[in-house]
Design a protein around this ligand. Structure first.
Ligand code: FES
Length: 204
């Protein structure tokens, strides 16, 4: 992989071909906020909180830093009026789902996002997909899946698989930015594991 030089926030940054803008920024200690990204998982591009301005050959576009590949002479702006406005809007939308999430509150403070801008949603899930993808890609168990569509879309445990696989795992819990996952698991556990042996249930 050859070396590439790009410019991020006015700084010259060296990167390897094939790296994303997010990886290049991180290697230079330049912070770009993320919600759906995790280094253990394939890039997903779901939340768009990592949106940055990318300028190449005189044209500027808004891109997701976690997906966009570096290229020679690319100019990246990780903060600008436009970028901050987009992040604020994304956060306001997500805060309708998870107004009490500590991570969301911190980000809301940084970007001046109003948690009451949009009507509250009945689901705390912000659809980052971290749990679904971790279970599929790392654990290769596929116990968690997206269900429903549109505004009703959220994640759910598949009860039969969860009863077998989750009680001694729960590695996905710390990945969830909103605690929705834990709630969904305990609900599944309470409603759908009645046939579990007592000693297994006690460990959950
Ligand atoms: Fe890039 Fe979510 S972190 S889209």
């Amino acid at each position: 992989m050859s070396d590439i030089t790009l410019n991020i926030d006015g700084r010259e940054v060296k990167a390897k071909e094939g790296m994303t803008v997010l990886e290049a920024a991180k290697s230079a200690d330049i912070h770009i906020p993320t919600l759906c990204h995790n280094e253990m998982l394939e890039p997903y591009g779901g939340c768009r909180l990592c949106t940055v301005e990318a300028e190449t050959r005189g044209r500027t576009k808004l891109v997701a830093a976690c997906l966009f590949p570096v290229e020679a002479d690319l100019i990246v702006r990780t903060r600008s009026e436009t970028v901050d406005k987009i992040r604020k809007l994304i956060l306001e939308f997500l805060l309708a789902h998870a107004p009490d999430s500590e991570k969301m509150k911190e980000l809301a403070k940084e970007y001046g996002a109003d948690k009451d801008r949009f009507p509250k949603s009945s689901s705390f899930c912000i659809l980052c997909g971290l749990c679904v993808r971790y279970c599929a890609e790392v654990k290769q168990k596929n116990v968690i899946a997206f269900v429903d569509h549109g505004a009703k879309r959220e994640i759910n445990f598949i009860p039969e698989l969860a009863a077998q696989e989750c009680w001694d795992c729960k590695e996905c819990f710390p990945l969830c930015p909103t605690s929705y996952l834990q709630a969904a698991y305990h609900l599944t556990h309470a409603l759908a594991f009645p046939t579990l042996k007592l000693e297994t249930a006690a460990k959950a």
